[in-house]
Design a protein around this ligand. Structure first.
Ligand code: ADP
Length: 444
């Protein structure tokens, strides 16, 4: 009871005391005229009418509070009007702030050089900014709520959305506008919403293709003069009348010309792989047969490691482009031969399991220090440039391997220890494996 009385506001007490005084006056007047009940009833009636009037004024004001000033009422109703006014003003202030923030957000996203699309759990479009709208041809009224795959149907993009690997991103060319767009999905915290960021990478793509064209053209143009130089050097080497003092320089020139030929051949091969052109269709390739032949070629070399073993654990075929797969295997094998001393060993292994097919080339050669491993597939990256050059390598072998494997959805795993040898393993996905029902397995 004490608690309730303590909670009554001063204006509450004012109303209570007013009612008390009115009832007391009515009681006294009633006593004077001998009609107490009537006097009290009339007082209650008037009191109820005043309350009803106040309620009606408050209700009217609440309905039209945007235009009407708050009614001037004293007592409890006055307090109620003050509290409602305060809540209303606060709400209006927050609404204005949210509206201002929203306007600011729209201005910022419109000024952003990237496109942005907010996607729901089913990839339905919830919101997009001006660049995204322009690049993807989206219209707010028509396309909000529609799944983005139904509007942007490029296979690479659709595959990327469904892949569940948002970190990888996807680059797609819009064939209508020739514009190159890079897509990246960003998960927004714990919600199922995702933000699709889009960048216009046309300029970068153009520069990259100019670079590739330049390398391809320059390599192509260098081929003919080099053939002429090599021809004359061969003729000089065979010329019996030549001053013997020239023998060594001519031999060295022939060696260097041969190196240049290898570099040009590898550069052309790499630019063909990079161009993404699929000149040939995928065919089932007999990898076991290919490894057997490559081993024979190694054994026929003047210098080769003592033991070159063949471990063929599967006779499965591999769907792919034969020339590219041959390039993978021969580059890995020729590296193993180059970097393994004659008393070392090489093992070529081909096997399949539930994860797919695998090809590994293991050697007991010089090995590679750990810090070099992540950079080995970069163009012209060599652990020991002097040694690699003297071996006649172009520095492009592993770059070619990486690109050729990428075109076969495969990955390259490199394990190595300095001084203890290296293992290069190619992992191919299971959908590229074609099982053969017959055929004996071979080992050598
Ligand atoms: P290169 O033509 O110089 O061999 P690659 O791209 O084939 O170029 O190889 C890059 C570098 O990786 C080589 O220079 C060499 O240092 C290192 N490397 C490649 N394979 C092996 C291997 N089997 N053993 C040791 N080092 C290797």
């Amino acid at each position: 009871m004490k608690k309730i009385l303590g909670a009554i506001s001063p204006s509450g007490w004012q109303s209570i005391s007013r009612l008390g005084i009115a009832l007391a006056v009515a009681f006294l007047l009633g006593l004077m005229f001998g009609r107490v009940a009537l006097a009290l009833a009339i007082t209650f009636g008037i009191y109820s009418l005043v309350q009803l009037w106040n309620v009606l004024r408050v209700e009217y004001w609440l309905r039209y509070r945007r235009v009407e000033a708050p009614p001037d009422i004293s007592g409890v109703w006055g307090e109620v009007v003050t509290i409602i006014s305060r809540i209303y003003r606060r709400k209006q202030f927050h609404r204005a702030r949210v509206r201002e923030l929203l306007r600011e957000f729209r201005r910022l996203t419109a000024a952003m050089p990237e496109g942005a699309v907010l996607l729901g759990p089913e990839h339905e479009i919830l919101w997009f900014n001006a660049h995204a709208g322009e690049w993807l041809g989206l219209r707010r009224k028509r396309d909000v709520g529609i799944r983005i795959e139904n509007l942007v149907r490029h296979p690479t993009f659709v595959e990327y959305l469904r892949s569940g690997h948002p970190s990888e991103g996807a680059i797609v060319q819009d064939l209508e506008t020739d514009r190159w767009l890079a897509f990246n999905l960003v998960r927004t915290g714990t919600t199922e919403r995702q933000l699709l960021m889009i960048r216009d990478v046309s300029q970068e793509q153009q520069l990259q293709s100019m670079r590739k064209d330049f390398v391809a053209n320059a390599s192509h143009e260098l081929r003919s003069p080099l053939t002429v130089i090599s021809g004359y050097l061969d003729a000089l080497a065979e010329d019996g009348n030549m001053d013997p003092a020239w023998n060594t320089p001519v031999q060295e020139m022939r060696r260097q010309a041969e190196r240049m030929r290898t570099i040009i051949k590898d550069l052309l091969e790499l630019s063909k792989l990079e161009s993404g052109e699929h000149t040939q269709d995928d065919q089932p390739v007999d990898m076991a047969g290919m490894l057997t032949l490559l081993r024979k070629e190694v054994m026929a070399l003047e210098q080769h490691p003592r033991d070159v073993r063949l471990q063929l654990e599967s006779n499965a075929l591999l769907k792919g482009v034969e020339s590219e797969l041959h390039s993978v295997a021969s580059n890995l094998i020729s590296n193993a031969v180059k970097y393994t001393p004659p008393d070392g060993e090489i093992e070529l292994r081909w096997w399949t399991d539930e994860s797919g097919a695998h090809l590994s080339v293991r050697d007991t050669g010089i090995g590679i220090a750990e810090e070099h491993i992540p950079r080995l597939t970069e163009r012209f990256y060599r652990v020991d440039p002097g040694r690699a050059r003297s071996m006649g390598g172009s520095g492009l072998g592993l770059a070619i391997v990486k690109h050729a494997l990428q075109r076969h959805d495969a990955t390259l795993e490199i394990k190595s220890k300095e001084g203890a040898g290296s293992t290069f393993t190619c992992h191919f996905p299971s959908d590229r494996v074609v099982q053969r029902s017959t055929g004996a397995l071979a080992t050598a």
